[in-house]
Design a protein around this ligand. Sequence first.
Ligand SMILES: Cc1cc2nc3c(=O)[nH]c(=O)nc-3n(C[C@H](O)[C@H](O)[C@H](O)COP(=O)(O)OP(=O)(O)OC[C@H]3O[C@@H](n4cnc5c(N)ncnc54)[C@H](O)[C@@H]3O)c2cc1C
Length: 374
Amino acid sequence: MAAVQNVGIVGAGAAGLTAAILLADAGIQVEVLEKAEAPQTLGSGITLQGNALRILRQLGVWDQVEPKGYAFSTLGLRAPNPDGTVIAVLDDMRTGGEDLPATLGMYRPDLTAILRERAEQAGARISYGKTVTGKSDDGCSVTVNTTDGASSRYDLLIGADGLHSAVRKAMGIDVEPQPTGMGIWRAFVERPADVVRTDLTYGGPCFIAGYCPTGPDTIYAYLVEKAQERKPEDGPRIMTELAAAYGGPWNGIRANLDHSARINYTWFTTHIVDGPWNRGRSVIIGDAAHSCPPTIAQGAAMALEDAAVLAELLINADEVSETLWKEFTDRRLDRAKAVVTASVQLGQWMLDGVRDADVPGLMHSISSMVKEPA
Ligand SMILES: Cc1cc2nc3c(=O)[nH]c(=O)nc-3n(C[C@H](O)[C@H](O)[C@H](O)COP(=O)(O)OP(=O)(O)OC[C@H]3O[C@@H](n4cnc5c(N)ncnc54)[C@H](O)[C@@H]3O)c2cc1C
């Protein structure tokens, strides 16, 4: 019998839904509490690396994910000039295995919808409009309070509630995401025909100009700059101005950066909670436990891996014990820490203007690490 029979999960993001699917598949009762009033239908794109795709295949959703997204296995590097000259096209490591693409771009709400439907099919209950404010743990169970005045009791509570996790706070963990000094403009736009993979341009008015196809007709394009106060309504103008220095596919992208483009601006953050990620019968996973700038696009992959490893341990153990938590820490902490440290380092090299940094070496070391299943 599994270590738990009844699990509460806070947050219906990638981490929470992945844990919900795997636990519900094993016959465990699962309730997901999500503060949003309804599933998100608007958003931007996401770059999913092979190790994330491996978990999606484990969840049984790869056949739905693949046709919705845009797969590619090379990475382009372009010069910051009016022609957008291609400097190199590199083969990307297939970190999920040779039978999966190296990378798949996707519209975030599509990914969430696929995971949500799969979780519901597995028997998980997803309750929207439930903002968790606190919890108490009596050693055998955890009681969770929500802003609507309700409370629910579970054998175990999983805080998959993102960067500003209320569960993390309620567990007494005093770690908050810190800005890294960079901000990113992201625009979800039509796909110019010449965008067939991610191309990165380092330098010019931005630290990075890049894009990722998210389906046959769409891409998200991004410009990374020094973090500053920005108004989202200025997005079309500012992105158009910043993008003027970049050529090639950026000519087509720029033409679409009007008010119909979905544009947002976010600062990069970083944090990592030292192990263990549990206090009694409450545990945090995904962005609640760690965050990093998306310089190597591993945030969602780490969230999926956290959820898969935790579910595996809970399903295969007879009890919630220190041994279980130690194994969870052993399998997750160093790997997540390596990704966070490398992602921050890549950004810091750019902020410091270091020109001879070993970017390919650092990226290769992370890809080699995540190629090994979590
Ligand atoms: C600009 C940017 C670009 C990124 N690009 C990529 C990328 O290309 N590839 C990649 O792999 N990663 C990327 N990431 C990282 C990635 O988005 C995250 O690592 C991933 O979404 C984490 O998933 P999660 O489920 O842990 O958290 P989230 O996706 O944040 O989900 C948390 C959920 O919890 C809910 N919630 C929060 N508080 C409460 C509460 N109190 N009660 C109930 N519900 C609550 C939220 O509404 C949300 O639905 C990027 C991050 C940023 C900031």
